[in-house]
Design a binder for this molecule. Structure first.
Ligand code: SPD
Length: 428
C-alpha cells in the first residue's frame, strides 16, 4: 500500500432508530466490528445524549473507529480508520451495516499519509522513555492500554502491556492472559477477571481454608471449576486430604495457567489430585451419594459455561454428594456488582441446607469489580464456621504454612457483614 492507512467515511441511512439510541448496543457492535476485522481493541468510550443520539470512539492498535448517531433520522455517521496491512475496514463496514439494520449506506475511501509525501524521521525513543519516571523511579510505561470489565453501571480497569500472552477462543469461552502493570499476569474469561498473580491469594486461601478448618476431619474434597489451580494448591496444604478431585470444563484454562500463572498452577500435577477435564454439572449428577467431605464451587461468573453452576438443580446434587457432616463453599459474587444473583443464591442455599446453616462471608479483592466479593459457606450437618473449629489443628496448620491473607482474626471477621449486605440478604 502506498499510504499509511485507509479511512472510510460512512453514511448509514434508514437504520433502526431504537438501535441507534442504544448506547450499550452501539458500543458492543463497534467493538465487535473492530474485532471481527482483526483489530486489537485498546479502549472505547461512548456517550448517550438526551433524548436522542450516541457518540463514541473505539481506539484500536491500528487507529480508530468512531460513530455519531441521529436516531430520529435513522442516520449514523461513521469513521473507520485503520493502518497497516492486517485489518480490513470493509469487514467492519459490513458488520455495522447489518448490526444497525441500515437500508443503505454510502462511503468515501481515503488513503491517509501518502508515502510519497512523507519523510521518515527516526528519533531516540529509548532516551525519551528513560527521561520519564513513575513515582517509584522506574521508567514510565508510556503505552496507555487498559483492560476494562464492566456491567451497565460499574467498571474496573487495569493498565497492561498491550500484548496478550495467551488468547484462545475455546469451545466454551474466550480465555486470555494479560500482563498488567500493577497485578502481574491476569487470567480473564470472556472479558471477566478471574485471577491475577498479585492478589490471587485472597480468593484462594479464603475459598479453601474456612471450610477445611471447620470440618472435623476432611479427607475427600471436590473442586468444581478452578482450572487455574489456586484452590487445589491451597486445599493440598492440608495433610488430612487423601484425595482432591478437580473438575474443570475447559482445558484451555489449565493450559494457559500452567504456562503463564505458574505459582497459582503449581499443584496441578500433585499426586493427590485427580484432575478431570469435563462438565462439573454432569460429574456431580453422576457421583454417588455422600462421596465428599468438602465441595468447593470455584466457578466463573453466571454467564456462559458458569451459568449452570448457579442453579437449584446443581446445588441439590452437591448437597446429595456431601457426607452428612459435609460442607460446601461457593464463590457467590459481589453484593454490589451482582446483587440479584448474590441474593438469589443465598435464598436458594437456605431452602436446601436450612437458613441457619448458610453463612455468607466477605473478602476484599482489588481486581474484582467493586473490590468486595462474597463466599457462601453451607453445612449439611451442624458445623458452624465460627463455633466448631479445632483450635489446635488450626494452630498447627498455620504454623506449618505461611499464608498471606487467612488468619484466625480474618476467619472471624469475614463473617461480619455490613448493614447494607444484611439488608440485601434480609437478615436483621
Ligand atoms: N468475577 C470473578 C468471579 C470469580 C471467579 N472465580 C475465580 C477463579 C479463581 N480460581
Amino acid at each position: 500500500m502506498n499510504a499509511l492507512g485507509r479511512h472510510i467515511i460512512v453514511e448509514f441511512y434508514d437504520c433502526k432508530p431504537e438501535l441507534l439510541n442504544d448506547v450499550v448496543y452501539i458500543e458492543n457492535s463497534m467493538v465487535a466490528s473492530a474485532e471481527t476485522a482483526g483489530a486489537t481493541v485498546i479502549n472505547s468510550t461512548f456517550h448517550h445524549f438526551s433524548p436522542y443520539g450516541v457518540s463514541g470512539v473505539v481506539v484500536i492498535q491500528e487507529s480508530h473507529l468512531a460513530i455519531h448517531t441521529w436516531p430520529e433520522y435513522g442516520y449514523a455517521a461513521v469513521d473507520l480508520f485503520t493502518c497497516g496491512q492486517t485489518v480490513n475496514p470493509w469487514v467492519s463496514y459490513n458488520f455495522l451495516k447489518e448490526a444497525f439494520g441500515a437500508g443503505h449506506g454510502s462511503t468515501i475511501e481515503m488513503r491517509r499519509g501518502e508515502k510519497s509525501l512523507l519523510a521518515r524521521n527516526d528519533f531516540d525513543i529509548h532516551k525519551q522513555r528513560e527521561e520519564r519516571q513513575d513515582d517509584t523511579g522506574a521508567p514510565l510505561k508510556t503505552k496507555d492500554i487498559w483492560f476494562t470489565e464492566r456491567n451497565d453501571n460499574i467498571a474496573l480497569s487495569l493498565k497492561h502491556s498491550g500484548e496478550r500472552l495467551y488468547e484462545k477462543e475455546s469451545d466454551f469461552q474466550k480465555v486470555e492472559i494479560y500482563n498488567t502493570h500493577a497485578y502481574g499476569n491476569m487470567l480473564t474469561l470472556d472479558g471477566m477477571v478471574m485471577t491475577t498473580e498479585k492478589d490471587e491469594y485472597v480468593y484462594h486461601e479464603m475459598i479453601s481454608h474456612v471450610a477445611t478448618l471447620t470440618h472435623p476431619n476432611p479427607k475427600r474434597a471436590l473442586v468444581i471449576g478452578g482450572g487455574d489451580g489456586g484452590t487445589v494448591r491451597e486445599l493440598l496444604k492440608h495433610d488430612s486430604y487423601e484425595e482432591v478431585v478437580m473438575v474443570e470444563i475447559d482445558e484451555a484454562v489449565v493450559e494457559a495457567s500452567k504456562e503463564f500463572l505458574p505459582e497459582i498452577a503449581k499443584s496441578l500435577d500433585h499426586p493427590k489430585l485427580s484432575l478431570r477435564i469435563e462438565d462439573g454439572i454432569k460429574f456431580v449428577k453422576e457421583t454417588k451419594d455422600a462421596a465428599f467431605d468438602v465441595v468447593i464451587v470455584d466457578s466463573t461468573d453466571p454467564v456462559g459455561p458458569g451459568e449452570g453452576l448457579f442453579t437449584e438443580a446443581f446445588y441439590k446434587d452437591v448437597y446429595r454428594i456431601l457426607k452428612n457432616d459435609g460442607i460446601m463453599v461457593t464463590q457467590s459474587e459481589s453484593p454490589r456488582f451482582n446483587q440479584k444473583v448474590f441474593k438469589e443464591i443465598y435464598d436458594c442455599y437456605g431452602t436446601i441446607y436450612g437458613k441457619e446453616n448458610v453463612h455468607t462471608y466477605l473478602v476484599y479483592i482489588p481486581t474484582y469489580p467493586t473490590g468486595m466479593w462474597s463466599f457462601s459457606y453451607c453445612a449439611k450437618g451442624s458445623a458452624h464456621p465460627l463455633n466448631t473449629i479445632d483450635e489446635n489443628r488450626r494452630e498447627g496448620f498455620l504454623a506449618a504454612n505461611e499464608l498471606k491473607y487467612y488468619n484466625e482474626q480474618i476467619h472471624q471477621a469475614a463473617f461480619a457483614l455490613p448493614n447494607f449486605v444484611k439488608g440485601i440478604l434480609g437478615k436483621e
